[in-house]
Every structure is written in structure tokens, then in C-alpha cells.
Design a protein around this ligand. Sequence first.
Ligand code: ATP
Ligand code: MG
Length: 394
Amino acid sequence: MEKLIMIKYGELTTKKGNRENFISCLINNIHNKLNGIDYKIIKDRSRMYIKSSNIDEIVDKLKNIFGVHGIVIAYKINTNNIEDIKKSSLEILSYKNFKTFKVKTNRALKDYPLDSMEISRVVGGYILANLKDISVDVHNPDEVLNIDLRSEGCFIYTNEIEGSGGYPVGIQGKGLLMLSGGIDSPVAGYLSLKRGISIECLYFESPPHTSLEAKNKVLELVKILCKYTNKIKIHIVPFTKIQEEIYKNNASNYMITIMRRMMYRISEEVAKKNDIKVIINGESIGQVASQTLESMSVINNVTNMPVIRPVACLDKLEIIDISKKIGTYETSILPYEDCCTIFLPKHPIIKPVLEKCIDIENRFDYKSLIEDAINNIETITISEKDKNEFLELL
Ligand code: ATP
Ligand code: MG
């Protein structure tokens, strides 16, 4: 018997026209993640197999690759002889601890002398006769023994490990994620990756109003997101002058609204420069003053680029749940302030008026400030394998 990993694509298989693209994107992403491990991928029409002597390590990595829906550790025998299938099945189950079981057969070989039900019955009977204190339960068994008869041989496996689902990262092109150090935007990034969008990140920093720790925290969040994709680029925008200028020009309760309009303007420019077609952010309806529908409309008014808000309709608790699951929560709750909280007015406007924004913005030359900020962007590429230097600095 040969032990190998079988990958199930799930959702991919419904996209008939795009199938080949999906699979080659997925394979590419798998190669990137398994870099440095010894393995071989075998692709057939409906499945993918990985042969390796490091099965456990590979399974761990596959769990975080989008587009992988199910992971199965299977045993392959190079024959379809029923006696061999019986013996191998028994051997596999004899290492398991269970009281009830059932056998499920899938027969791609339609001219095989036994049909699926007969194979399940024959193998199940053999197992019952050879293992003590077990019984068959077709409805709620402790173990399901799957037998998959194919022209290339017979695959036998028990449980399937759930994959991350979604689409392979990159299949939908690229988005620019506005990433702050908070809870919401890393989750928005994760959910976009899950839909197959690869990301570059944009962080607005305002030293000395924001600290180096705040920046390192964001870099650390990027590193955590790298678990679900390959490398991620982050563009760090110097935002101090713009923020100060808005403040000086008496934006008062419009401070955040104007600041966010500037962020959107810069995001659009950076996206265009990097051939990115959409902006992604962590806005969630109603969460803060700048996220009322009225605010969102006035802020969004500065760009025609699509803005994707993956967490727009989630409750805060739902967002927190995801952030805990994906491993960003503990970093997100570190106390370093990001630039939005520094200049926070006492009563930020919840129903801003567009004309008022334009009036405030006309008080200073924001276009050249934006140009200046964009010309001074610092870009860093981060990968999962980078030393944990950012967190160590915190
Ligand atoms: P988060 O928890 O993601 O920080 P938030 O609830 O604090 O979000 P805001 O501060 O209003 O909300 O920001 C809304 C969104 O705008 C963020 O989710 C993020 O996408 C973007 N954003 C805010 N501040 C920054 C920043 N300093 N750099 C980059 N993007 C930012
Ligand atoms: Mg924030």
C-alpha cells in the first residue's frame, strides 16, 4: 500500500470553462507553500494527489490553502482485486479505535464484476468477521471506510480533513487592502483572499502621532495573513502632513470624514500605479461615525474604483470570531494607536454633507500633499518565513 494525499477541489469543479485556470493556479499556490519540502504532485482529471514522505507537514500547510476543500490521507493499492481490497481495508481499520463503521464505495470502473453496494457488503462482512467488538451503523458510524475504485488502482481512506474552501488566491486578480492595526481590516483581507483575490496592503502612518510599534503591529498582521497566501507587499504612506493640515484648517467634526476621503484618494492612486482594480477595507456598517451609510457615501464620493467591504454586514462579534480563528486577533488588540484615533473629534459627524467636505478641502492644497505622500511611500514585501522580527520589536 502506498500512502498519499488526495486533494478535493469542491467548488472549482462547478466552474467548467475556467477549470484548467483554477487548477493550475491552485497547483502554483501549493508549490509556493510547499517550497523546501520533498514531494510530487500528480494531477488527474478530477483530482490531485501528493506523494511525499512528509505527509503530516504537507497536510498542515494544505489546510490554509484556499481552493482546497477536502484533504484525504489515502492508501493506494495498484490492483482492483477484491481480495486485496478486503485485506488492505482490514489493515487500515485495524489501526483505528472505533465501535461502529460503514463502508462506502465509489466505482469509477463501471465494468467491474461487483457493483458499489456489493463491494461495500463484501468488504464490510470481512471486517466484521476479523475485528472484535464492532458493528455496522449506516446512519452515524464512528468510522467511514471509503473505497474508490479507479482505472489507476484502488484508493482506500477513512476520514476527510476539511480544507479552507474558497478559490485559489490570485484567480480573481488583485485588490488593495487598506490595512490598519485594528480587528476588522485583517479579517477583510482574509475574506478577500478566500474569494481568490490576491492582495497588496496600504497603511497610513502618522509619525510622531503614531508610534513605530503601531507600524510593526501592522507588519506583523501582514505576516500572519501570509499564512493564507504567498508573499504580500505593503505600501506605507506618510500621512502626517495631510492629517495635520486637515486639523489646522478647522475640519473639527469633519476631521475623520476628510481624512478618510484623503485615504481613499491615495488608495485609488496607489492601486492604479500597481495595476490593481479594486480597493478593499474593513468598514462595517454602523460601527463608527464614519461608517454610517451617509458617511460612507460622502467618503466614497472621491473614487470611482470599486470598494469591497467584506465585513460590511457582519456583527463585531462575528468579525472577532473570524479574527481569532485566523490568528490575527491577539496582534490586533495590542494597544498601539493607529492614525484614526489620534485626531478624533469629540463628536465626529455622522451625517456629513458633501459640499461642506469640498469647502474644507478647498482651504488647502491637498493635491500636492497627496502627490508628496505617494512619492514617499515605503514598500516592503513580507513572507510567512520572515523572522518574527516585528512582534519581537513590540
Ligand atoms: P479596523 O478595526 O480595521 O482598524 P475600525 O473599526 O477601527 O477598523 P476605521 O478606523 O474607521 O475602523 O477604519 C475603517 C477602515 O479603514 C479600516 O478597516 C481600514 O480598512 C481602513 N483604515 C483605517 N485606518 C487606516 C490606516 N491607518 N491605514 C490603512 N487603512 C486604514
Ligand atoms: Mg482602525
